[in-house]
Write a protein that binds this ligand. Structure first.
Ligand code: CA
Length: 222
């Protein structure tokens, strides 16, 4: 999963970027509204954290432009305390959720997980696929109750597939959602990660759809 973090306050931005990275997200950052608007328009994100008080172009205008232009990633806005009208304006402009500063990082992470789940039509924080279980809260993965140790890349790949059970996911989708903007993207490395992941999972779980991409085989009812 890949997120865009838009926050101009350097200490908070650094702290949130670190927490998001530790939670398994690929993170891109912007510290002003114009860069945020541009990046959100050309890159693909699973969720966006958007501070409303931004230099150059305010967050509300950024959000309005994005929605007008058809950008449909879930957006969590950050508002200043006591600015209730900002929350109303933000939600009306197309925000999916809000947090009031100051907040606990854990709450931001929980809200982001919920937004990403809802965007995938999933209700539970624990994703299941036959014997495979992925807990998005703890990042814990198990097969038949046995813990499976994954690298950060493998976890991101598996989480992305598990949010899209039985759907065809192209290599391009994967490279766009697994790497931050500045990362060297090579779709061949996706094949390497899929191969490594397969070795750690029960056989037959991840299909290769020749020339198109991959599909996670989920039994009916999870
Ligand atoms: Ca700000």
């Amino acid at each position: 999963m890949r997120v865009l973090l838009v926050e101009d306050e350097p200490t908070l931005a650094a702290q949130l970027a670190q927490a998001l990275g530790e939670a398994g997200y690929a993170v891109d950052r912007a510290d002003n509204g114009r860069d945020a608007w541009f990046q959100g328009g050309v890159e693909t994100y699973d969720a966006v954290v958007l501070d409303l008080g931004l230099p150059v172009l305010d967050g509300l205008s950024v959000l309005q432009r994005w929605r007008r232009e058809g950008m449909n990633a879930p957006v969590l806005i950050l508002t200043a305390r006591d600015q209730w009208h900002d929350k109303v304006a933000g939600i009306d402009a197309g925000a999916d959720d809000y947090l009031t500063k100051p907040f606990h990082t854990e709450e931001l992470l929980a809200r982001l997980r919920a937004l990403i789940r809802r965007a995938s039509g999933l209700a539970s924080a624990v994703l299941r696929c036959g014997p495979l279980v992925l807990d998005t809260r703890s990042g814990h993965v198990s097969v038949d109750g046995q813990a499976v140790a994954l690298t950060g890349h493998e976890y991101r790949l598996l989480a992305y597939l598990m949010h899209r059970p039985n759907a065809l996911v192209s290599r391009t989708d994967l490279t766009e959602h697994l790497y931050a903007h500045d990362h060297d993207r090579d779709s061949n490395t996706i094949e390497v990660f899929v191969a490594r992941l397969r070795k750690k999972l029960p056989p037959g779980l991840i299909d290769t759809v020749r020339g198109l991409g991959y599909r996670l085989n989920a039994p009916a009812g999870g």
